[in-house]
Design a protein around this ligand. Structure first.
Ligand code: DGT
Ligand code: CA
Ligand code: CA
Ligand code: ZN
Length: 579
C-alpha cells in the first residue's frame, strides 16, 4: 500500500515549499493543500492505488481535499514511482524533512535555519551538532533550544524502528487479503503486537495454514508491497515491505493453528505466564499444541480451547500483557472489555466550520452510514487561530446550523458541542452563554504545553471546576514518537474530574491514542468514565475508531465505563451540562 509514501512526499513538498516561497500568499494556499492531502491519504484506511486503478483521477478527486492537481500528482506516483515536483525541490534542499519534522519543536523553518547555519541534513547531523554544543551559540536558538532538541532526540530514538498501529494495520490487512485470494492459503490471520493493538508496531506477524508451502515461497516475493526476501523456508518467510517494516509469515499446520496463534500473539510475558500454568497443570504448551506429560496432543487447533483446557477464561488479545490478566482469568474474574459493536456514536468531530475538511451535512451522512445514533460536532474555539477557531458569535450561528441540519436527518441525531481551549489561566475560551447552548462540551489544552507540573495541574483543575466541561479531550497531549505528554499531577486532576463528572477521552487518532493504555489503567482507580472518540477532521476519519477501542480494551474498560455505548437520551441525561 503506497498511502504512507504518498503522504510523506506531500508533507515534504509542503515543507520545502514553505522555505521556497518565503510566505507568499499563493504559496500558503498550495502548502495548505499539500498538507491536507497528506493527512487525507496518510490516514485513509483504503488503498489509494487501488482506488486509482478502479476509478482513475476522478475517483481520487472524490477524496476530501483532493483537487485535479493533487489527483494528478498521486496518479504520477502510482504510475512512475515518483513525483517530479518533489525531485526538483529535493535537489535544492537535500534535507531529510520526514525524519527531522518528527522531532518535537522542529518545524520546517527551524530545520532550514539549522541547514543554512550548520549544514544539518538529518537526525544524525543534528545529534552531532547537539553533542558539539553548536546550537547554543546560534542566533535565535540558544541553550534552551539546544536542551529541547536534545530531549526530542531522546524521545525520537526511543520510538525509532517502530511504526504507528494505524499505519501498519491496514497494510497487514491488505497483505492478508492477497494471501487469502491467492488460493494458496486456507487460513491467514494477523498475530503479534498488531493483534494486541499496541500503539506502535515493530514488525507484522502473519500466520498461514497453507495448501503447500513451496507455492507460498514462490508467491510471497511477487506480492505487491514486498521489496525484499530476508528469510525463505518451508515454515517461515520474512520479507521487507515498501512501507518500511518487515513481515514475518509463519506457515503452520491446521491442528496447531490455535496454539500457534496463542504463541505468536504474545505478548512474550503473557505467553510465559500461560505456559507456567500449563506446567502446573501437568501439560506442556508450545506453538505446536497443548500436550500431556506423555506427549499426547490434548488440543491446539483453536485458541479458545487452549485457554479452556488450562482452566482459564479466554483472554482477549488486547489484554495479553501480563498485567494480572492471567491470575484473574484463573479465578474467572476477568472483565469483559468493550467491543466496537457496542459504540453508538462519536462525540468528537470537526467540520469546515473550523479545521475539518467536510461540512456538517457530509459528516452526518458518513456517521449515519456507519449506523450511528448520534454524532457530536465539536469545532475549535477562537484561540486556535491555526485551526480557524470560532468566536462566540460565530459559534452561535454554527450551533443553529447544526440544529437545522439535524432536523433534516431521519435516524442520526447531531449533538451540539465544541472543543474549547483551556486557556493559560484555566478559564475556557468561550463564554457561558454560548456554552449553555450546547448539548455537552469537550475541553483541551493546546497552548503552553511546557508549563511546569504544578501550574498545569492548577490550570486543568480550574477548568474542570467551572462545571462546564463534559469531556477532557486528548488529555495528555502527547503525540507518539514526537511530543512528550504534558506534566500534571494525576491524582489531583483525576479527583477534580471525579468531583465534576468530567469524562476522560480516549482519542482514536493513530498518533494520539490519548489516554493510552497505561493511563487508562491508572484512571480506573477513580470513579471516572470514558468516551472513545475519533477527533475526525474528515468523513474517513470516523473509521479510526477501532484504534481507540483497541486502546480502551488494552486498558480493560468495560461497556459500562464508556459513555458512548449509551443511547442518545441516556447519554444526554448523563453527560449533558449541569445547568
Ligand atoms: P513488536 O513486533 O515488537 O511490535 O512486538 P511483538 O509482540 O509482535 O513481537 P515479535 O514480533 O518479536 O514476536 C511475536 C510474538 O511471538 C510475541 O509477541 C511472542 C512470541 N515470541 C517471540 N519471541 C519469543 C520468545 O523468545 N519467547 C516467547 N515466549 N515468545 C516469543
Ligand atoms: Ca511483531
Ligand atoms: Ca515478528
Ligand atoms: Zn484538540
Amino acid at each position: 500500500m503506497q498511502n504512507e509514501e504518498i503522504s510523506t512526499l506531500f508533507e515534504e513538498i509542503a515543507d520545502m515549499l514553505e522555505i521556497d516561497g518565503n510566505g507568499e500568499a499563493s504559496h500558503k494556499f498550495e502548502i495548505r493543500a499539500y498538507r491536507r492531502a497528506a493527512l487525507t491519504i496518510g490516514t485513509m484506511q483504503k488503498d489509494v492505488a487501488e482506488l486509482y486503478r478502479k476509478g482513475g483521477t476522478d475517483a481520487l478527486m472524490g477524496l476530501p481535499g483532493i483537487g485535479k492537481g493533487l489527483a494528478d500528482r498521486i496518479a504520477e506516483f502510482i504510475t512512475t514511482g515518483k513525483i517530479k515536483k518533489h525531485d526538483q525541490l529535493k535537489k535544492k534542499y537535500p534535507i531529510d524533512f520526514t525524519e527531522l519534522t518528527k522531532l518535537q519543536g522542529m518545524g520546517s523553518k527551524r530545520i532550514v535555519q539549522l541547514y543554512k547555519a550548520l549544514k544539518v541534513r538529518n537526525v544524525a547531523d543534528l545529534q552531532a551538532a547537539v553533542e558539539a554544543h553548536r546550537i547554543t551559540n546560534l542566533p535565535r536558538f540558544g541553550k534552551k533550544s539546544e536542551d529541547t532538541i536534545r530531549t526530542s532526540l531522546e524521545l525520537y530514538k526511543g520510538s525509532s524502528g517502530r511504526m504507528l498501529l494505524g499505519t501498519v494495520l491496514p497494510e497487514a490487512e491488505r497483505l492478508r487479503g492477497i494471501l487469502l485470494s491467492s488460493g494458496l492459503a486456507k487460513r491467514v490471520e494477523i498475530a503479534g503486537s498488531l493483534r494486541r493493538m499496541r500503539e506502535t508496531i515493530g514488525d507484522i506477524d502473519i500466520l498461514i495454514v497453507s495448501h503447500g508451502a513451496g507455492d507460498l515461497q514462490k508467491f510471497v516475493p511477487t506480492m505487491d508491497g514486498v521489496t525484499k526476501v530476508i528469510v525463505s523456508g518451508p515454515t517461515k518467510i520474512t520479507v521487507q515491505l515498501s512501507l518500511g517494516i518487515t513481515c514475518d509469515m509463519r506457515i503452520v499446520e491446521e491442528e496447531s493453528f490455535g496454539s500457534a496463534m496463542q504463541y505468536f500473539t504474545g505478548s512474550k510475558d503473557h505467553g510465559v505466564r500461560v505456559r507456567q500454568i500449563a506446567i502446573r497443570k501437568g501439560y506442556k504448551l508450545s506453538e505446536y499444541g497443548l500436550f500431556s506429560r506423555r506427549g499426547k496432543r490434548v488440543c491446539g487447533d483453536d485458541e479458545e480451547g487452549v485457554y479452556a483446557r488450562l482452566g482459564l477464561q479466554y483472554v482477549e488479545p488486547e489484554m495479553r500483557e501480563n498485567r494480572g490478566e492471567v491470575e484473574l482469568a484463573a479465578r474467572g474474574e476477568l472483565p469483559t472489555p468493550v467491543s466496537i459493536g457496542e459504540i453508538r456514536g462519536d462525540l468528537h468531530a470537526h467540520t469546515k466550520a473550523s479545521d475539518g475538511q467536510n461540512s456538517v451535512e457530509e459528516m452526518a451522512a458518513a456517521a449515519e452510514a456507519l449506523g450511528y445514533e448520534y454524532l457530536g460536532i465539536s469545532d475549535h474555539s477562537k484561540s486556535e487561530f491555526v485551526a480557524h477557531g470560532m468566536t462566540d458569535s460565530k459559534f452561535r450561528e454554527h450551533l443553529k446550523h447544526i440544529d437545522a441540519a439535524s432536523k433534516k436527518l431521519d435516524k442520526l441525531c447531531l449533538l451540539k458541542s465544541a472543543e474549547i481551549d483551556i486557556l493559560k489561566d484555566g478559564s475556557l475560551d468561550l463564554n457561558k452563554e454560548t456554552i449553555r447552548m450546547m448539548d455537552y462540551t469537550l475541553a483541551s489544552v493546546h497552548t503552553y504545553l511546557a508549563m511546569p507540573k504544578e501550574e498545569m495541574t492548577e490550570r486543568i483543575t480550574r477548568a474542570f471546576d467551572t462545571g462546564l466541561v463534559s469531556i477532557w479531550a486528548h488529555p495528555t497531549d502527547r503525540l507518539i514518537g514526537s511530543r512528550a505528554p504534558i506534566a500534571f499531577d494525576f491524582e489531583k486532576v483525576f479527583e477534580a474530574a471525579e468531583r465534576n463528572g468530567v469524562i476522560m477521552e480516549i482519542n482514536s487518532f493513530p498518533n494520539r491514542l490519548d489516554l493510552n493504555d497505561e493511563n487508562i489503567l491508572r484512571a480506573r482507580a477513580y470513579k471516572l468514565r470514558f468516551s472513545i472518540d475519533t477527533d475526525s477532521h474528515n468523513t474517513q476519519h470516523l473509521q479510526l475508531l477501532r484504534y481507540g477501542v483497541g486502546t480502551a480494551r488494552r486498558g480493560w474498560l468495560r461497556k459500562q465505563d464508556v459513555v458512548n455505548t449509551l443511547n442518545c437520551a441516556e447519554l444526554l441525561q448523563q453527560i449533558g451540562l449541569q445547568r
